[in-house]
Design a protein. Sequence first.
Length: 294
Amino acid sequence: MNASGMQSNGDGQTSTSGSDLAKTKLLFHSAQLQQTYEHQTNIVSLSPLTSLPDADQGLFKLPQEISAPLFAITTESTIFHPQGGGQPSDVGELLISGQDGTQLTFTVLTVRTSTTNPLVVLHCGHFGHFAVDPPPSHDFSGASVKQLVNADKRVLFSRLHTAGHVLGAATRTLLEHQVENFDELKASHFPDSAACEFQGSIDGKYKPEIQLAVDKMVSKDAEVRIAWWTKSDFLRRGLGRLVPSDEDWRAIAIAVDEDGLEQPAEKGAVDDERTRIRVVDIVGAEVYPCGGTH
């Protein structure tokens, strides 16, 4: 096994257990890369889907009509948003340039965060040019790869995600003090099931008012900002209700500055002010801790 966590399986492909893989840099988290659909990076590992731990294999629910062998590819960085937070995964292609001069197209069917290593993103799909596994002579170790995200679907998913935040913000503003035990619970941003779920009994009489509140927010064409906040940032703005538990904070917060650029962190440091979580701010309306695209 080399330093990147890859090991040869004897046929020119690479495979690994998820726990051994290097962290995937999540470029889609950057505010500047929300509308970036092409990116050049390198392969860290390529494994048959069936070689992954059962917990990771279980992430992929794919149509049975797909007969081509399925693989999971990890890369040093990615602009592909994995399914999560109510948002579908990006789809697209990986254009792979092998060290032996081979050029291959890998169709990305779905993208998920590894269960066995939450720092790794798995791009699942197939090599459409082959009815069987890619020829064993191909060497993918460290191969250069161009990531191509399907822009139309990314834009749709992003618009639905922002719309979910708008609906949640409008409903909270209108009903937070009128409905007993009101709270926002969860949301789906899938095209066929986009919806928000709230706690509390919301009478049907509020429907026209909610629609009007949503329409007003949309008409303002407010800026949607992405930032990284410390716990103090939430508390200073009176948004302590949004701060995750200490356990969850330490699981998701990372050492970055307010623009999301990684900062050196002392080994074992747990000082909350050294770490931040990503937020999406609909300026003048509402702020949400969120890892999605907008």
